[in-house]
Design a protein around this ligand. Structure first.
Ligand code: GLC
Length: 441
C-alpha cells in the first residue's frame, strides 16, 4: 500500500484521486468575441454592448455527446463545466435570472444536455460556478469588474446589496444541486484581496467568504449532495487545492499542518480558458502528456480545459490536443489511474518520472527522454518480479550485475553499485513517452 497519507476532508475524494484526469469546459457568451473569457472586463464593455452576444447566442452545433466521447477517448474520467462564468450568463434554466441560455436564440438548457451526455459515457459530473458576477445588479463593482475605472464606482456601489447577491447564489446552487441528479464536484471561482497595482483598483476591497456567505453556501451544497467535492476558492478550506496555470514541483501540502492534500492542477491547451480564436500558444504533445505524468508523479490530478467555439463544437486544435491524450492513454492509462507518487525508496533515473499503483505492486518508469540501450535504476535490487513495456506488454531484460559504460555504447559485466540495469531496444518505441511497467515482489 502507498505510504502517503492524504488529509481527510468532508467530501468523498477517494474516487477522485483514483481517476486522476478530468476535462474542464469553459463555455459562455465569451466564445463569441472569441478573445478571452474575461473580455467584458478586459475591454471594459458596458452591459449594453455585451448584450449583442446574448442576442446572437446560438451554438447550433452543440453536441455534448461528441464532447463526452472525445473526453472519454482522451482518458478523462470526470468533467467540470462552467454553469456560470464571471460574465454572469447562466447555461441552465434558472428561475432567478433572465440572463440564461434558454432566453437566447438557442433556447436550450445547456447544463441539462451536458449532464445527460457525460453521464451516459460514464464520467463523473462537476459544476463550476463563478462567485464573481458582472451582470447581477447587486454585485458590487471591484477591481476585476468591467466598471472598475468608472469615477463614480464607489458611489454606485452604495445602492448594491451583496447580501441579495449571496442569496441569489444560494438559490442557484440549490437549483444546480437539486435538478440534475448526482453531482460529484462543485468548483467555486474565486476570492481575492485588494489589488494595489493602480489607484483605481486600490479603492476597492477584495471579496471573500463574508461577501459570498460561503459558510451558508457550502452547508447548503453539503446538505443537497453529501460527499460532493468542493474546491477551496470560496475562501473556506474544503476538499480541493487548485493550482492554476503552473505545475507544482512537489506534492501540495497543507500550509499549517504540512499534511499532503488532494490537489488538482488546472491547465489550458493554449493561454485562455474560453475559446480564443487568435491565441497561438498551444502546448505541444510532449507538454500535454508530460503535464499529466508529472502531475500524477506528484500525487495530483490534472483538469485539462477546452473552450468550445460559439457554434458549440471543439475546434481542430482542441480536438488534436485531445487526440494526443487519447493516443497515449489508450496504451498507458494503467500508469495513471489508481496511481500516485512512487514510494521514496525509489529514485527516478535521469530524464524519467515515476508513478506507482496505490496498492504498491506496480512501479512505472515514464521515459521522458529516451536513452541509448539501458536505464540504471536505484533502489530496485531484489524487488523485481517482472518487467515489460506498458504499451505493448513486451518483456524487458534487466540485470543487477551489468553496468552501462560511460565512455561508449557497450555494456559490460560486473556492476558493483547495487543498481538494476534495464535493457532497452535501441529504437524508441512508437509512442510519445514509453513507459516501463515493473511488477514488484
Ligand atoms: C481564473 C479565471 C477564470 C478561469 C479559472 C480557472 O480564476 O478567472 O477565467 O475560469 O481561473 O481556474
Amino acid at each position: 500500500m502507498s505510504s502517503y497519507k492524504v488529509r481527510k476532508t468532508p467530501g468523498n475524494t477517494e474516487w477522485f484521486r483514483h481517476d486522476r484526469f478530468g476535462m474542464f469546459i469553459h463555455f459562455g457568451l465569451y466564445a463569441m468575441p472569441a478573445r478571452h473569457e474575461w473580455i467584458k472586463s478586459i475591454e471594459m464593455m458596458t452591459d449594453e454592448h455585451y448584450q449583442r452576444y446574448f442576442d446572437h447566442f446560438n451554438p447550433d452545433m452543440y453536441d455534448p455527446k461528441d464532447w463526452a466521447r472525445q473526453a472519454k477517448a482522451a482518458g478523462m474520467k470526470y468533467v467540470v463545466l462552467t454553469t456560470k462564468h464571471h460574465e454572469g450568463f447562466c447555461l441552465f434554466d434558472s428561475k432567478y435570472t433572465d440572463f440564461k441560455s434558454t432566453n437566447t436564440p438557442f433556447g436550450r438548457d445547456i447544463v441539462r444536455e451536458y449532464v445527460d451526455a457525460f453521464r451516459a459515457e460514464g464520467l463523473k459530473i462537476g459544476f463550476y460556478y463563478s462567485l464573481i458576477d458582472w451582470h447581477h445588479e447587486d454585485f458590487t463593482i471591484d477591481s476585476p469588474h468591467p466598471k472598475k475605472m468608472l469615477p463614480d464606482a464607489l458611489e454606485q456601489n452604495k445602492s448594491k446589496d451583496m447580501r441579495k447577491y449571496a442569496e441569489y447564489m444560494r438559490n442557484q446552487v440549490e437549483e444546480l444541486l437539486t435538478n440534475y441528479g448526482k453531482i460529484d464536484i462543485l468548483w467555486f471561482d474565486f476570492s481575492y484581496k485588494t489589488d494595489t497595482s493602480c489607484p483605481e483598483f486600490a479603492r476597492f476591497p477584495g471579496k471573500g467568504k463574508d461577501d459570498w456567505e460561503s459558510e451558508k453556501l457550502i452547508a447548503l451544497a453539503r446538505k443537497l449532495q453529501p460527499g460532493i467535492i468542493i474546491d477551496n476558492r470560496a475562501d473556506i478550506e474544503q476538499d480541493l487545492w487548485t493550482p492554476e496555470q503552473y505545475q507544482p514541483t512537489e506534492w501540495v501540502r497543507h500550509k499549517e499542518t504540512n499534511e499532503l492534500v488532494t490537489w488538482e492542477a488546472c491547465q489550458t491547451f493554449s493561454g485562455s480558458w474560453g475559446y480564443h480564436r487568435d491565441e497561438m500558444t498551444w502546448k505541444s504533445p510532449e507538454q500535454l502528456v508530460g503535464m499529466l505524468i508529472k502531475t500524477v508523479s506528484l500525487g495530483g490530478n490534472l483538469l485539462m480545459n477546452v473552450g468550445p467555439t460559439a457554434r458549440g463544437y471543439l475546434d481542430y486544435r482542441a480536438e488534436a490536443a485531445l487526440k494526443v491524450y487519447a493516443d497515449w492513454m489508450k496504451y498507458n492509462s494503467r500508469s495513471i489511474y489508481g496511481c500516485t507518487m512512487a514510494e521514496p525508496e525509489f529514485t527516478a533515473p535521469q530524464n524519467c518520472l515515476l508513478t506507482q499503483s496505490e496498492d504498491g505492486k506496480r512501479l512505472y518508469i515514464h521515459i521522458m527522454d529516451y536513452p541509448f540501450k539501458a536505464l540504471e535504476v536505484d533502489g530496485l535490487a531484489d524487488k523485481i518480479e517482472y518487467v515489460q513495456f506498458l504499451h505493448d506488454g513486451s518483456e524487458l531484460f534487466y540485470d543487477d550485475k551489468i553496468k552501462v559504460m560511460t565512455d561508449g555504447d557497450t555494456i559490460e559485466k560486473a556492476n558493483e553499485s547495487g543498481k538494476v540495469t534495464i535493457l532497452l531496444p535501441v529504437v524508441k518505441p512508437n509512442i510519445l513517452y514509453p513507459t516501463i511497467e515493473i511488477f514488484l515482489k
